[in-house]
Ligand binder design. Structure first.
Ligand SMILES: Cc1cc2nc3c(=O)[nH]c(=O)nc-3n(C[C@H](O)[C@H](O)[C@H](O)COP(=O)(O)OP(=O)(O)OC[C@H]3O[C@@H](n4cnc5c(N)ncnc54)[C@H](O)[C@@H]3O)c2cc1C
Length: 380
């Protein structure tokens, strides 16, 4: 990738601030409209939520309506771009093991909605063939939409492709300090643009803090692990459990979910309190990323509680029959969280700030990037 070592005196149509998935998606949306784009990232490359996530592009489970549609649209863009950008889709689809009658009621209700149209319950024979590593349950809800990419490399590959094939200029190790269009003030000098889109992720304080305060977001910290099974196996689709039916809005906001939520609050209080639910995805080397927990205290502390990992591992072994695993990596990540799933606003003419406030940017970022570009073009 060719990074701009000197600030250009070129006048860009759009300067995008932030090299996470939302910034990259906004850059792509602008390029598709024929606009010239510069992307400014303060680090050598993104080191935040966009590279720390599961790379789990999830459709089923996203909040019903507009957000579910964002996810479906974004998933289609991932599928189109990934091969061009050299990004491997490691597996697709989702298996949700149903362990309790209350979860079965949620799955059945979901299947009757428009969100469940292409999803179905696996037959016993399908379960044996497609997910032999799942423990016995009442059934498996299958969704075909999901994609899994390796985020910690996919984000760099996407940036490289935008640079090499789509003509986006990248200014890394460059922090944007303020915007007075047509001038964008950075730590290395000035850039010029007609429009500016700010996608600063969980940094709610540096640029337009008053505008971002309207998002009413707190910072949510998540614990994640990479484990290596002692006996190797191939995961055919991402895996989730009953806890996810009680957590993901697309399921949990269905009236039929009330019974499951009460039950899990009763029988798995520690998991519910720590915001633990289970996502399992696999990398090409056979290792699994498993998580996660959710701490909404806004503290964003560097210390991680091991009991949360214990809860995640307990749920993992509860539903998967894959023997012992070695934990080979731990990490945490942060995203802004609010009642509304996204926040976008135009604090002044030609400028838009946008943030995904539901921890779903890998799944919905491409659609959201298009919305930010449309909004900024209307803002003049
Ligand atoms: C542990 C974890 C697991 C997750 N799992 C999933 C998942 O499975 N599926 C899913 O859909 N979503 C998931 N998410 C959520 C998803 O990762 C986020 O919603 C998404 O990455 C947010 O992207 P972003 O571009 O807004 O922010 P970020 O990735 O935080 O990027 C913001 C960028 O802006 C840069 N920046 C900020 N201020 C400036 C400035 N002034 N000048 C220059 N640069 C600046 C930062 O350096 C950073 O690179 C997860 C999140 C976490 C933390």
């Amino acid at each position: 990738m060719k990074l701009m070592t000197e600030l250009s005196d070129k006048h860009y149509d759009v300067v995008v601030v932030g090299g996470g998935i939302v910034g990259l998606a906004s850059a792509y949306a602008a390029v598709k409209k024929g606009l010239s784009v510069a992307l400014v990232e303060r680090e050598s490359q993104n080191k935040d939520a966009s590279v720390r996530n599961f790379g789990f592009v999830t459709v089923s489970g996203q909040r019903r309506g507009e957000h579910w549609q964002r996810a479906m649209h974004s998933r289609n863009i991932w599928a189109e771009i990934a091969p061009q950008a050299g990004i491997e889709v490691e597996h697709s689809g989702l298996h949700m093991l149903i362990q309790r009658p209350e979860a079965m009621s949620v799955a059945e209700a979901f299947l009757k909605t428009e969100m469940g149209e292409s999803c179905h319950l696996l037959s016993q024979a399908e379960m044996n063939e497609q997910a032999p590593y799942l423990k016995e349950g009442l059934g498996v809800l299958y969704s075909p939409h999901e994609l899994r990419v390796e985020s910690n490399t996919a984000i760099g590959k996407l940036a490289h492709w935008l640079n090499q094939s789509q003509g986006v200029d990248f200014y890394n190790k460059t922090a944007v300090h303020s915007i007075e269009l047509p001038v964008v003030h950075t730590s290395r000098g000035t850039l010029h643009a007609r429009y500016c889109v700010v996608c600063s992720g969980s940094d709610l304080h540096s640029l337009y803090p008053d505008t971002l305060a309207q998002a009413n977001a707190t910072l949510c910290t998540l614990n994640m692990m990479r484990v290596m099974p002692k006996t190797s196996f191939k995961l055919n689709a991402a895996v989730m459990s009953d806890l996810s039916f009680a957590r993901y809005d697309g399921f949990a906001q269905l009236p039929e979910a009330k019974g499951l939520i009460h039950l899990l609050d009763d029988i798995q209080p520690a998991e519910r309190k720590a915001g633990v639910h289970l996502i399992v995805v696999q990398s090409l080397d056979g290792s699994l990323i498993i998580g996660d927990s959710h701490d909404y205290s806004d503290k964003e502390l560097p210390f991680r509680d091991s009991y949360q990992d214990d809860l995640i591992l307990k749920e993992f072994h509860q539903i998967m029959n894959v023997g012992e695993v070695d934990i080979i990596q731990h990490w945490s990540g942060v995203y802004p969280s609010a009642e509304n799933v996204v926040f976008k606003a135009s604090p002044e003419k030609g400028v838009v700030v946008g943030s995904i406030t539901s921890g779903t940017g890998a799944s919905t970022g491409f659609a959201f990037g298009e919305e930010l570009i449309n909004l900024v073009l209307e803002s003049k």
